[in-house]
Write a protein that binds this ligand. Structure first.
Ligand code: CP
Length: 304
């Protein structure tokens, strides 16, 4: 995978672990898997993937499990970490990772605590794949997003890209923006409710404009990063939610050649009527993710 960081060999923790060449290699391999018959997929028939989920997941968990199965390998899951209770104490993350990684050829980790990733990577003896660490990064999702962009537009460079939603907490948007910085976008338009803008740490190397409304005119790509459903600090009032929802009325201003992408899940960020529009690309994006995840697994396990 040509990692450029010094973390565990062939681990994929953040977008900074991949340079442009490594990303293009993954996308090309995913495209080859998409267009080839399943019987030609390489076999990893004695390989095991560990799936450690301290936070819920549908796509990342089942997507990697399915990709591993189609590569001929097997998966083991730990979805509920050992919790502290009357008769037991919580096991440390480090001990859990040490044990799980000793059973597996690679480990995928989904963690609510952003800062736990490096501790987990240091303890893991197998390559670690970050399947989303809190509100920090989600690099495998960003590679999936780039695959969908390139499949629609045939290129990654020079695109006019809008990213809408709560960009303080969107780990997918953080990794995507870091990835886009490698491909010279013509425009990056960040559209967020007040106080929910993209943190400076993720903007390095890419010029962005910021808006506090949804403006889809002239875009090649509209990335709907999501609006939180939570209460308390992440709660958004109804009027703020409505201003950032992609409705059929907003779709009329989106160019016919554009594509709408979304990491999913959606709550009400995209009206269900949009699903039938030619620009709606999020379910194909989600389906094609299987090929991207298989390419990532191959790369990680071949280089381990
Ligand atoms: N896109 C994504 O990460 O979805 P899940 O939370 O279902 O894994």
């Amino acid at each position: 995978m040509s990692p450029v960081s010094v973390t565990a060999p062939s681990s994929l923790l953040r977008m900074a672990d991949l340079d442009q060449t490594a990303i293009l290699r993954l996308l090309d391999r995913a495209e080859a898997l998409r267009t080839s018959g399943r019987s030609s997929w390489p076999r990893f028939d004695r390989s095991v993937l560990g799936l450690v989920c301290f936070e819920s997941s549908t796509r990342t968990l089942l997507g990697f499990e399915s990709a591993m199965a189609r590569l001929g390998g097997a998966s083991v899951r730990l979805e509920r970490p050992r919790m502290a209770g009357v008769m037991s104490r919580a096991e440390s993350l480090e001990d859990t990772m040490r044990v799980v990684s000793s059973y597996c050829d690679a480990v995928l980790l989904r963690q609510a605590d952003a800062g736990a990733l490096d501790r987990a990577a240091a303890a893991s003896t197998a390559p670690l794949i970050n399947g989303g660490n809190g509100a920090d990064e989600h690099p495998t999702q960003a590679i999936i997003d780039l695959f969908a962009l390139r499949r629609r537009h045939g290129r990654l460079e020079g695109l006019r890209i809008g990213i809408a939603g709560d960009l303080v907490i969107s780990r997918s948007a953080h990794s995507l923006l870091r990835a886009l910085a490698l491909f010279q976008p013509a425009e990056v338009r960040l559209m967020t409710p007040k106080g929910r803008g993209m943190p400076v740490a993720y903007r390095s190397g890419v010029a962005c404009t910021s808006l506090s409304r949804l403006d889809v005119e002239g875009l090649d790509v509209l990335y709907m990063a999501g609006l939180p459903a939570g209460r308390g600090r992440t709660h958004l009032g109804e009027s703020a939610r409505r201003r950032f929802q992609l409705t059929m009325s907003a779709m009329r201003r989106l160019p016919a050649t554009a594509v709408v992408l979304c990491p999913l899940p959606r709550i009400d960020e995209i009206a269900s009527a949009v699903d039938a529009e030619a620009q709606a690309g999020y379910f194909r994006q989600s389906g094609d993710a299987l090929f991207v995840r298989a390419a990532i697994l191959e790369s990680v396990m071949e280089e381990a």
